[in-house]
Design a protein around this ligand. Structure first.
Ligand code: HEC
Ligand code: HEC
Length: 175
Protein backbone atom coordinates (compact mmCIF):
# COMPACT_ATOMS: atom_id res chain seq x y z
CA UNK A 1 0.00 0.00 0.00
CA UNK A 2 2.82 2.40 0.88
CA UNK A 3 4.60 1.59 -2.41
CA UNK A 4 1.96 3.41 -4.47
CA UNK A 5 3.28 6.72 -3.14
CA UNK A 6 6.77 5.99 -1.73
CA UNK A 7 7.94 3.65 -4.53
CA UNK A 8 8.33 -0.14 -4.55
CA UNK A 9 11.83 0.11 -3.03
CA UNK A 10 10.93 3.05 -0.75
CA UNK A 11 13.00 5.35 -2.94
CA UNK A 12 10.55 8.27 -2.74
CA UNK A 13 8.68 9.96 -5.57
CA UNK A 14 8.55 13.70 -6.18
CA UNK A 15 5.43 13.23 -8.34
CA UNK A 16 3.47 11.98 -5.30
CA UNK A 17 5.31 14.37 -2.94
CA UNK A 18 6.41 11.30 -1.00
CA UNK A 19 9.83 11.11 0.66
CA UNK A 20 12.34 8.29 0.58
CA UNK A 21 11.83 5.75 3.35
CA UNK A 22 14.63 3.37 2.29
CA UNK A 23 17.91 3.92 4.09
CA UNK A 24 16.16 5.36 7.13
CA UNK A 25 16.55 3.63 10.49
CA UNK A 26 13.72 1.60 12.05
CA UNK A 27 13.47 3.81 15.14
CA UNK A 28 12.84 6.96 13.08
CA UNK A 29 10.34 5.30 10.73
CA UNK A 30 8.41 4.02 13.74
CA UNK A 31 8.55 7.40 15.48
CA UNK A 32 7.18 9.27 12.46
CA UNK A 33 4.47 6.71 11.65
CA UNK A 34 3.37 6.95 15.28
CA UNK A 35 3.45 10.76 15.14
CA UNK A 36 1.00 10.59 12.24
CA UNK A 37 -1.12 7.92 13.97
CA UNK A 38 -1.35 9.92 17.18
CA UNK A 39 -2.07 13.20 15.39
CA UNK A 40 1.19 14.88 16.44
CA UNK A 41 2.03 15.37 12.77
CA UNK A 42 -0.17 15.84 9.72
CA UNK A 43 -3.04 17.63 11.47
CA UNK A 44 -2.05 21.27 10.86
CA UNK A 45 -4.47 23.01 8.49
CA UNK A 46 -1.65 24.08 6.13
CA UNK A 47 0.10 20.70 6.13
CA UNK A 48 -1.01 19.66 2.63
CA UNK A 49 1.30 16.64 2.35
CA UNK A 50 1.25 15.54 5.97
CA UNK A 51 -2.53 15.41 5.75
CA UNK A 52 -2.22 12.95 2.85
CA UNK A 53 0.03 10.69 4.90
CA UNK A 54 -1.89 10.85 8.18
CA UNK A 55 -4.81 8.55 7.11
CA UNK A 56 -2.30 6.09 5.61
CA UNK A 57 -0.63 5.71 9.01
CA UNK A 58 -4.06 5.11 10.52
CA UNK A 59 -4.35 1.91 8.46
CA UNK A 60 -1.66 0.38 10.70
CA UNK A 61 -3.76 -0.97 13.55
CA UNK A 62 -1.24 -1.31 16.36
CA UNK A 63 2.42 -0.98 17.43
CA UNK A 64 3.22 -4.46 16.11
CA UNK A 65 1.95 -3.52 12.62
CA UNK A 66 4.05 -0.31 12.72
CA UNK A 67 7.16 -2.23 13.74
CA UNK A 68 6.59 -4.86 11.05
CA UNK A 69 6.29 -2.34 8.21
CA UNK A 70 9.25 -0.27 9.51
CA UNK A 71 11.39 -3.41 9.73
CA UNK A 72 10.44 -4.37 6.18
CA UNK A 73 11.29 -0.87 4.85
CA UNK A 74 14.64 -0.93 6.65
CA UNK A 75 15.61 -3.97 4.57
CA UNK A 76 15.66 -1.89 1.35
CA UNK A 77 18.97 -0.62 0.01
CA UNK A 78 19.78 3.11 0.08
CA UNK A 79 17.97 5.10 -2.60
CA UNK A 80 19.96 6.94 -5.30
CA UNK A 81 20.99 10.51 -4.44
CA UNK A 82 18.69 13.32 -5.56
CA UNK A 83 20.09 16.67 -6.67
CA UNK A 84 17.13 18.83 -7.61
CA UNK A 85 18.07 21.74 -5.34
CA UNK A 86 20.69 24.29 -6.38
CA UNK A 87 22.53 25.84 -3.46
CA UNK A 88 26.00 26.91 -2.33
CA UNK A 89 27.32 23.80 -0.55
CA UNK A 90 30.33 25.69 0.85
CA UNK A 91 28.07 28.25 2.53
CA UNK A 92 25.84 25.39 3.65
CA UNK A 93 28.78 23.65 5.31
CA UNK A 94 29.19 26.54 7.77
CA UNK A 95 25.49 26.39 8.59
CA UNK A 96 25.62 22.60 9.04
CA UNK A 97 28.06 22.94 11.99
CA UNK A 98 25.05 23.44 14.27
CA UNK A 99 23.06 20.58 12.73
CA UNK A 100 25.93 18.10 13.17
CA UNK A 101 25.42 17.90 16.94
CA UNK A 102 22.12 16.04 16.42
CA UNK A 103 22.29 14.73 12.84
CA UNK A 104 25.96 13.72 12.92
CA UNK A 105 28.94 15.27 11.09
CA UNK A 106 28.35 12.63 8.38
CA UNK A 107 24.56 13.29 8.19
CA UNK A 108 23.80 9.71 9.21
CA UNK A 109 21.78 10.69 12.27
CA UNK A 110 22.34 10.30 16.03
CA UNK A 111 19.75 8.07 17.67
CA UNK A 112 20.65 9.18 21.21
CA UNK A 113 19.68 12.75 20.21
CA UNK A 114 16.65 11.58 18.20
CA UNK A 115 18.16 13.25 15.13
CA UNK A 116 17.34 11.25 11.98
CA UNK A 117 19.73 10.53 9.14
CA UNK A 118 19.38 13.25 6.49
CA UNK A 119 21.80 11.78 3.98
CA UNK A 120 19.43 9.26 2.43
CA UNK A 121 16.60 11.73 2.02
CA UNK A 122 15.46 13.44 -1.20
CA UNK A 123 16.72 17.02 -1.29
CA UNK A 124 13.34 18.58 -2.19
CA UNK A 125 11.84 16.88 0.86
CA UNK A 126 14.52 18.26 3.19
CA UNK A 127 13.73 21.77 1.90
CA UNK A 128 9.99 21.25 2.45
CA UNK A 129 10.45 19.94 5.99
CA UNK A 130 12.76 22.81 6.95
CA UNK A 131 10.15 25.25 5.67
CA UNK A 132 7.41 23.36 7.52
CA UNK A 133 9.36 23.56 10.78
CA UNK A 134 9.98 27.28 10.22
CA UNK A 135 6.28 27.94 9.60
CA UNK A 136 5.18 25.77 12.53
CA UNK A 137 3.35 23.34 10.20
CA UNK A 138 5.55 20.65 11.77
CA UNK A 139 6.94 20.71 15.31
CA UNK A 140 4.35 22.95 16.96
CA UNK A 141 2.03 20.27 18.38
CA UNK A 142 2.40 20.28 22.19
CA UNK A 143 3.00 16.49 22.25
CA UNK A 144 5.56 16.54 19.41
CA UNK A 145 8.55 16.67 21.77
CA UNK A 146 11.26 16.05 19.17
CA UNK A 147 9.70 18.17 16.46
CA UNK A 148 9.64 20.99 19.01
CA UNK A 149 13.40 20.59 19.44
CA UNK A 150 13.99 20.81 15.72
CA UNK A 151 11.82 23.86 15.09
CA UNK A 152 14.17 26.50 16.60
CA UNK A 153 17.04 24.92 14.65
CA UNK A 154 15.20 25.50 11.37
CA UNK A 155 14.64 29.10 12.52
CA UNK A 156 18.40 29.65 12.35
CA UNK A 157 18.06 29.47 8.55
CA UNK A 158 16.85 33.00 7.78
CA UNK A 159 15.75 32.68 4.14
CA UNK A 160 15.28 30.35 1.16
CA UNK A 161 18.93 30.68 0.17
CA UNK A 162 20.13 29.52 3.58
CA UNK A 163 17.79 26.50 3.39
CA UNK A 164 18.98 25.63 -0.14
CA UNK A 165 22.64 26.02 0.88
CA UNK A 166 22.45 23.67 3.86
CA UNK A 167 20.50 21.09 1.83
CA UNK A 168 23.08 21.34 -0.99
CA UNK A 169 25.78 20.62 1.59
CA UNK A 170 23.89 17.61 3.02
CA UNK A 171 23.43 16.26 -0.54
CA UNK A 172 27.18 16.62 -1.15
CA UNK A 173 28.13 14.37 1.80
CA UNK A 174 29.42 10.88 0.97
CA UNK A 175 26.68 8.24 1.04
C1 HEC B 1 -1.22 8.68 -0.69
C2 HEC B 1 0.23 8.62 -0.71
C3 HEC B 1 0.92 7.96 0.47
C4 HEC B 1 0.77 6.63 0.92
C5 HEC B 1 -0.11 5.54 0.35
C6 HEC B 1 1.70 6.50 2.03
N1 HEC B 1 2.37 7.68 2.26
FE1 HEC B 1 3.83 8.02 3.65
N2 HEC B 1 3.95 9.96 3.09
C7 HEC B 1 3.24 10.53 2.05
C8 HEC B 1 3.58 11.94 1.95
C9 HEC B 1 3.03 12.91 0.92
C10 HEC B 1 4.52 12.20 2.97
C11 HEC B 1 5.20 13.52 3.29
C12 HEC B 1 4.50 14.28 4.38
C13 HEC B 1 5.14 15.63 4.62
O1 HEC B 1 5.54 16.30 3.67
O2 HEC B 1 5.25 16.03 5.80
C14 HEC B 1 4.73 10.94 3.67
C15 HEC B 1 5.59 10.76 4.77
C16 HEC B 1 5.89 9.57 5.36
C17 HEC B 1 6.86 9.37 6.42
C18 HEC B 1 7.73 10.44 7.07
C19 HEC B 1 9.15 10.37 6.51
C20 HEC B 1 10.07 11.42 7.05
O3 HEC B 1 11.30 11.25 6.90
O4 HEC B 1 9.63 12.42 7.58
C21 HEC B 1 6.85 8.03 6.72
C22 HEC B 1 7.71 7.32 7.77
C23 HEC B 1 5.87 7.40 5.86
N3 HEC B 1 5.30 8.36 5.03
C24 HEC B 1 5.57 6.03 5.86
C25 HEC B 1 4.53 5.46 5.12
C26 HEC B 1 4.12 4.07 5.29
C27 HEC B 1 4.77 3.07 6.22
C28 HEC B 1 3.06 3.88 4.44
C29 HEC B 1 2.21 2.63 4.24
C30 HEC B 1 1.53 2.16 5.46
C31 HEC B 1 2.83 5.14 3.74
N4 HEC B 1 3.74 6.06 4.19
C32 HEC B 1 1.84 5.34 2.78
C33 HEC B 1 2.35 9.89 1.21
C34 HEC B 1 1.92 8.59 1.33
C1 HEC C 1 19.07 19.81 19.06
C2 HEC C 1 19.17 18.76 18.07
C3 HEC C 1 18.99 19.17 16.61
C4 HEC C 1 19.71 20.09 15.88
C5 HEC C 1 20.88 20.96 16.36
C6 HEC C 1 19.17 20.06 14.53
N1 HEC C 1 18.18 19.12 14.44
FE1 HEC C 1 17.12 18.58 12.76
N2 HEC C 1 16.00 17.29 13.85
C7 HEC C 1 16.18 17.04 15.20
C8 HEC C 1 15.20 16.07 15.64
C9 HEC C 1 15.06 15.53 17.05
C10 HEC C 1 14.41 15.75 14.49
C11 HEC C 1 13.23 14.77 14.43
C12 HEC C 1 11.97 15.53 14.66
C13 HEC C 1 10.77 14.61 14.74
O1 HEC C 1 10.86 13.60 15.46
O2 HEC C 1 9.77 14.91 14.10
C14 HEC C 1 14.95 16.54 13.39
C15 HEC C 1 14.44 16.50 12.09
C16 HEC C 1 15.00 17.17 11.02
C17 HEC C 1 14.52 17.09 9.65
C18 HEC C 1 13.36 16.24 9.14
C19 HEC C 1 13.89 14.97 8.51
C20 HEC C 1 12.83 13.99 8.09
O3 HEC C 1 13.18 13.02 7.38
O4 HEC C 1 11.68 14.11 8.46
C21 HEC C 1 15.36 17.88 8.91
C22 HEC C 1 15.28 18.12 7.41
C23 HEC C 1 16.34 18.46 9.81
N3 HEC C 1 16.09 18.01 11.09
C24 HEC C 1 17.37 19.29 9.42
C25 HEC C 1 18.22 19.98 10.30
C26 HEC C 1 19.15 21.02 9.89
C27 HEC C 1 19.40 21.46 8.46
C28 HEC C 1 19.76 21.48 11.03
C29 HEC C 1 20.77 22.60 11.18
C30 HEC C 1 20.32 23.92 10.70
C31 HEC C 1 19.22 20.70 12.16
N4 HEC C 1 18.29 19.83 11.66
C32 HEC C 1 19.60 20.85 13.48
C33 HEC C 1 17.14 17.57 16.03
C34 HEC C 1 18.03 18.57 15.69
Amino acid sequence: MCASCHGSQGEGNVATNSPALAGQEIWYLEAQINNFRKGRRGKHGDDIYGRQMQPMAMTLANDAAVKAVATYIASFSKPPASTTIKGDAAAGKARYMLCASCHGPDGKGIKARHGPGLLVQQDWYLVRQLQNFKKGIRGSDSKDIYGQQMRPMAMTLPDEKAVADVVAYISSLAR
